[in-house]
Design a protein. Structure first.
Ligand code: C5P
Length: 234
């Protein structure tokens, strides 16, 4: 497959066209942003680590019956994915209160949630990704009720599979964000699954092994991402 012109540059990735219209070529960048782009920086080797960690998770989910856009790794920081028409709903799944949920509900970070919380955000940089519900999604035509039912089902299954897999690596899955899209008529998991898009805490010390180290200036960001990769592949 040939890498052709760039189609899109996002905050963490560049997407290129290929000689096959069914596939995109994705390059993961070292650039890091937080707070809707207000905080900017770079994390050494992040692109390569997130590419490898995402590929690892997408392969593992496929073995558990959850299909994604992932096709194959092309290099340390590049992968081939199926071309998706992205649904503009970001899906967040939470097991433990942290981040914006802890703040919104006045909970201490680390409070276990009695049941899993699934939230939807409208994927819009301009609006700062506002929290939305199923009614908003229908009202502005972001996805059909059937698609949302399937998205919720897949998101909860991803949570179960990731959670038990990570528990075996002494990592607690606090929360994470997923994106979905349509490839022809098939609904598929898209984007990435990495320390940029998940909260991972060490099971024993609760040390943060994710992008909160960058967001909150905690230091050792690259080391945390390396540690996640090391635990997954050891
Ligand atoms: O900030 P908040 O607590 O709502 O984030 C919940 C989860 O979703 C975190 O794991 C965070 O990394 C992820 N997230 C993301 N992209 C966003 C917003 C949140 O990956 N635009």
């Amino acid at each position: 497959m040939e890498k052709l012109e760039q189609l899109y540059e996002g905050k963490a990735k560049r997407v290129y066209r290929t000689d096959n219209p069914d596939y995109y070529w994705v390059e993961y960048k070292d650039d890091a942003t937080a707070f809707n782009g207000l905080k900017k920086g770079t994390i050494t080797n992040k692109g390569s680590l997130n590419n490898r960690i995402s590929a690892y998770f997408f392969r593992m989910l496929a073995k558990n019956g959850i299909d994604s856009h992932f096709v194959e790794e092309k290099s340390d920081r590049e992968m081939i994915v199926k071309a998706l028409k992205i649904i503009l709903v970001e899906v967040v799944v939470r097991n433990i209160a942290a981040g914006s949920l802890a703040k919104r509900l006045g909970l201490e970070e680390g409070t276990p949630l009695q049941s899993t919380v699934v939230e939807y955000y409208y994927k819009s940089d301009e609006l700062g990704d506002p929290l939305i519900n199923d009614d908003h999604i229908q009202a502005i035509n972001l996805a059909t009720p059937e698609q949302m039912a399937r998205i919720r089902e897949i998101a909860l299954k991803v949570n179960e599979v990731l959670r038990s897999h990570l528990a075996g690596r002494d990592i607690e899955l606090v929360d994470f964000k997923l994106e979905f899209g349509l490839h022809k008529d098939e609904l598929l998991l898209g984007d990435e699954i990495s320390p940029d898009t998940c909260r991972f805490w060490d099971k024993h010390t609760r040390e943060k092994l994710d992008k909160d180290r960058f967001r909150r200036d905690l230091g050792n960001v690259e080391e945390a991402y390396q540690e996640v990769y090391r635990r997954l592949t050891r």
